[in-house]
Design a protein around this ligand. Structure first.
Ligand SMILES: [Zn+2]
Length: 138
Protein backbone atom coordinates (compact mmCIF):
# COMPACT_ATOMS: atom_id res chain seq x y z
CA UNK A 1 0.00 0.00 0.00
CA UNK A 2 1.87 3.05 -1.25
CA UNK A 3 -0.15 5.63 0.73
CA UNK A 4 1.12 4.13 4.01
CA UNK A 5 4.74 4.43 2.95
CA UNK A 6 5.37 7.68 4.83
CA UNK A 7 4.38 6.01 8.11
CA UNK A 8 7.45 3.84 8.00
CA UNK A 9 7.06 1.11 10.57
CA UNK A 10 3.37 1.65 11.41
CA UNK A 11 1.85 -1.64 12.50
CA UNK A 12 -0.43 -3.31 9.96
CA UNK A 13 -3.49 -2.80 12.20
CA UNK A 14 -3.04 0.97 12.24
CA UNK A 15 -5.61 1.77 9.53
CA UNK A 16 -8.55 0.40 11.48
CA UNK A 17 -8.12 3.42 13.79
CA UNK A 18 -8.59 6.00 11.02
CA UNK A 19 -12.43 5.87 10.89
CA UNK A 20 -12.50 6.60 14.64
CA UNK A 21 -10.24 9.64 14.12
CA UNK A 22 -12.52 11.14 11.47
CA UNK A 23 -15.59 10.80 13.74
CA UNK A 24 -14.04 13.43 16.01
CA UNK A 25 -13.99 15.93 13.13
CA UNK A 26 -17.77 15.94 12.44
CA UNK A 27 -19.49 19.30 12.24
CA UNK A 28 -22.93 20.28 13.55
CA UNK A 29 -25.30 23.07 12.65
CA UNK A 30 -28.71 24.08 13.99
CA UNK A 31 -31.23 25.70 11.65
CA UNK A 32 -34.87 26.76 11.61
CA UNK A 33 -36.94 23.81 10.34
CA UNK A 34 -38.62 24.58 6.99
CA UNK A 35 -41.49 22.19 7.77
CA UNK A 36 -42.18 23.81 11.16
CA UNK A 37 -42.17 27.23 9.44
CA UNK A 38 -44.61 26.00 6.79
CA UNK A 39 -46.96 24.71 9.51
CA UNK A 40 -46.91 28.18 11.18
CA UNK A 41 -47.37 29.97 7.82
CA UNK A 42 -50.44 27.80 7.15
CA UNK A 43 -51.81 28.66 10.60
CA UNK A 44 -51.45 32.41 9.88
CA UNK A 45 -53.14 31.96 6.49
CA UNK A 46 -56.02 29.97 8.02
CA UNK A 47 -56.57 32.49 10.84
CA UNK A 48 -56.50 35.37 8.34
CA UNK A 49 -58.98 33.59 6.04
CA UNK A 50 -61.32 32.96 8.98
CA UNK A 51 -61.10 36.63 9.98
CA UNK A 52 -61.77 37.83 6.41
CA UNK A 53 -64.72 35.44 5.96
CA UNK A 54 -66.37 36.59 9.18
CA UNK A 55 -66.22 40.31 8.41
CA UNK A 56 -69.71 41.86 8.77
CA UNK A 57 -71.33 38.62 9.93
CA UNK A 58 -70.16 38.46 13.57
CA UNK A 59 -70.15 40.84 16.53
CA UNK A 60 -67.36 43.37 16.93
CA UNK A 61 -66.26 41.48 20.06
CA UNK A 62 -65.96 38.17 18.12
CA UNK A 63 -64.17 39.96 15.28
CA UNK A 64 -61.62 41.46 17.70
CA UNK A 65 -60.99 37.96 19.11
CA UNK A 66 -60.30 36.64 15.59
CA UNK A 67 -57.99 39.62 14.92
CA UNK A 68 -56.08 38.73 18.09
CA UNK A 69 -55.82 35.11 16.90
CA UNK A 70 -54.24 36.28 13.61
CA UNK A 71 -51.76 38.47 15.52
CA UNK A 72 -50.86 35.57 17.84
CA UNK A 73 -50.28 33.25 14.86
CA UNK A 74 -48.02 35.87 13.24
CA UNK A 75 -46.01 36.28 16.49
CA UNK A 76 -45.57 32.52 16.70
CA UNK A 77 -44.35 32.39 13.07
CA UNK A 78 -41.86 35.22 13.77
CA UNK A 79 -40.59 33.35 16.83
CA UNK A 80 -40.14 30.06 14.92
CA UNK A 81 -37.98 31.75 12.29
CA UNK A 82 -35.34 32.04 15.03
CA UNK A 83 -35.96 28.68 16.73
CA UNK A 84 -33.25 26.25 15.58
CA UNK A 85 -34.90 22.82 15.94
CA UNK A 86 -33.31 21.29 12.82
CA UNK A 87 -30.01 19.57 13.65
CA UNK A 88 -27.50 18.92 10.87
CA UNK A 89 -24.49 16.59 11.11
CA UNK A 90 -22.08 15.87 8.30
CA UNK A 91 -18.75 14.28 7.56
CA UNK A 92 -16.48 14.49 4.55
CA UNK A 93 -13.73 11.88 4.33
CA UNK A 94 -12.05 9.29 2.16
CA UNK A 95 -9.03 10.77 0.34
CA UNK A 96 -6.98 7.82 1.57
CA UNK A 97 -9.35 5.40 -0.17
CA UNK A 98 -9.50 7.24 -3.52
CA UNK A 99 -13.21 7.99 -3.05
CA UNK A 100 -14.48 11.06 -1.21
CA UNK A 101 -17.61 10.36 0.85
CA UNK A 102 -20.08 12.97 2.10
CA UNK A 103 -22.39 11.74 4.83
CA UNK A 104 -25.26 14.07 5.83
CA UNK A 105 -27.98 13.75 8.46
CA UNK A 106 -30.55 16.43 9.25
CA UNK A 107 -33.70 16.18 11.32
CA UNK A 108 -36.13 18.31 13.32
CA UNK A 109 -36.58 17.50 17.00
CA UNK A 110 -40.13 18.94 16.91
CA UNK A 111 -41.81 17.51 13.80
CA UNK A 112 -39.45 14.75 12.62
CA UNK A 113 -38.83 16.29 9.20
CA UNK A 114 -35.40 15.35 7.87
CA UNK A 115 -33.16 13.27 5.67
CA UNK A 116 -29.98 11.21 5.61
CA UNK A 117 -27.77 10.39 2.66
CA UNK A 118 -24.25 9.39 1.72
CA UNK A 119 -22.69 10.56 -1.53
CA UNK A 120 -19.50 9.06 -2.89
CA UNK A 121 -17.31 10.65 -5.53
CA UNK A 122 -14.14 8.97 -6.87
CA UNK A 123 -10.99 11.06 -7.08
CA UNK A 124 -10.08 11.11 -10.79
CA UNK A 125 -7.02 9.18 -11.93
CA UNK A 126 -4.20 11.75 -12.29
CA UNK A 127 -3.28 10.23 -15.68
CA UNK A 128 0.12 9.52 -17.24
CA UNK A 129 1.76 12.77 -16.12
CA UNK A 130 0.40 12.96 -12.56
CA UNK A 131 0.91 9.55 -10.95
CA UNK A 132 4.00 8.66 -8.91
CA UNK A 133 3.95 5.11 -10.35
CA UNK A 134 4.19 6.55 -13.85
CA UNK A 135 7.33 8.48 -12.85
CA UNK A 136 8.92 5.23 -11.64
CA UNK A 137 8.40 3.64 -15.05
CA UNK A 138 10.43 6.29 -16.90
ZN1 LIG B 1 -39.79 20.74 12.23
Amino acid sequence: MQAAGHLGGAPQGFWHLVPEMRLQMSADNWAACPNCLNIRKAAVKAAQAELDASYGSISLREYKAKEAAVAAARRELDEWEYRPTFREDWEIYGAETGTVSVDYSGSCSTCGYGTHFTYEHPIPDPGKNGGAEDDAER
